[in-house]
Design a protein around this ligand. Structure first.
Ligand SMILES: Cc1cc2nc3c(=O)[nH]c(=O)nc-3n(C[C@H](O)[C@H](O)[C@H](O)COP(=O)(O)OP(=O)(O)OC[C@H]3O[C@@H](n4cnc5c(N)ncnc54)[C@H](O)[C@@H]3O)c2cc1C
Length: 267
């Protein structure tokens, strides 16, 4: 680990000012991704701005159409949220499947969205639930937020403050976990809305470009919300990841299987 200064502001404006005024400053939240990266000397921020103590960034609330989750809310708190269990149980279930208890006690939703690991779980929920991602300076729709592998639309010094998930009629996340890390080898989040959004299907762990929607699956499920409707959809292996865990063709098959399981679980 290279040497760095550690600061823990209590106020969002102070955190943003620290990040903007210090050339190599970086936010840290749960540290579950960043700390191992620092330990391997793969990053060398000269200042770490801890967001965990910033007031107002943690907790779950709701309005008529959205469940709003603060950026520093830990996976464990999402998993145990009564509001999520009532309005979008699929998101609470998703959080309960992340990593292991140690990771869930420290890792945060904001850190996960900002990191945009191609195998992370939350990005699929954000895409399928047409999420609004708030930062200290603006609001971005999930579709515009995720821009590629480990890439987001966040600018230097910009801090995620909250994510608003649109409440669906029903939804389910189905993941085929890597047996070692529990990250998604392929994870599919299916959401059905009773408005113009219809059915949205978002996939993580599969594409070389990170999280994606699958419009073929959405069209088939909008026509017939039944697991059998998935059979007729051709899932191309083009652009899917191929690594020591599985080939692109294997992941293409997992997309179909996980989608069918998700739809079967809620139809
Ligand atoms: C063993 C293990 C298993 C895991 N399994 C899974 C899994 O199954 N599914 C899954 O989805 N994830 C998994 N994870 C990742 C875990 O969910 C992490 O918590 C997540 O990747 C990062 O969240 P964090 O709060 O720890 O972020 P940090 O490590 O603190 O930060 C990650 C990155 O985001 C930036 N950042 C943090 N917060 C903000 C913010 N509010 N605004 C802007 N930038 C910010 C940091 O600067 C850094 O670049 C696993 C991790 C481990 C170690």
């Amino acid at each position: 680990m290279y040497a760095f200064e550690y600061v823990k502001p209590k106020d969002l404006d102070d955190a943003v000012a620290l990040l903007k005024n210090h050339e190599e400053a970086q936010p840290v939240s749960g540290g579950q991704t960043l700390i191992p990266t620092l330990k391997q000397r793969l990053a060398a921020p000269t200042q770490l701005v801890d967001l965990k103590h910033v007031h107002g960034l943690s907790g779950v609330t709701h309005d008529n159409h959205h469940v709003c989750v603060g950026a520093t809310t830990r996976h464990m708190d999402v998993e145990q949220s009564d509001i999520l269990h009532h309005h979008i149980p699929a998101v609470a279930e998703l959080a309960g499947q992340i990593g292991d208890p140690q990771v869930r006690r420290r890792g945060t939703i904001g850190g996960s969205l900002a990191n945009n690991d191609p195998s992370a779980c939350y990005p699929s929920a954000a895409m399928a639930l047409d999420a609004r991602i708030h930062t200290n300076s603006r609001m971005l729709m999930a579709e515009d937020f995720f821009t590629g592998l480990f890439m987001t639309a966040l600018e230097e010094g910009e801090v995620i403050t909250r994510v608003d998930f649109k409440i669906p009629a029903r939804a389910k996340y189905m993941k085929f976990p890597n047996p070692a890390s529990r990250y998604a080898m392929t994870g599919v989040f299916v959401a059905q809305f009773h408005d113009e959004d219809g059915v949205r299907v978002a996939i993580t762990g599969a594409s070389e470009d990170g999280v994606m929607r699958h419009h073929g699956l959405e069209a088939a499920l909008n026509a017939n919300f039944h697991a059998d409707a998935v059979d007729a959809v051709a899932i191309s292996a083009d652009g899917l990841m191929s690594d020591l865990h599985g080939s692109a063709a294997y992941r293409a098959n997992l997309i179909k299987v996980m989608t069918k399981r998700a739809v079967s679980a809620i139809q």
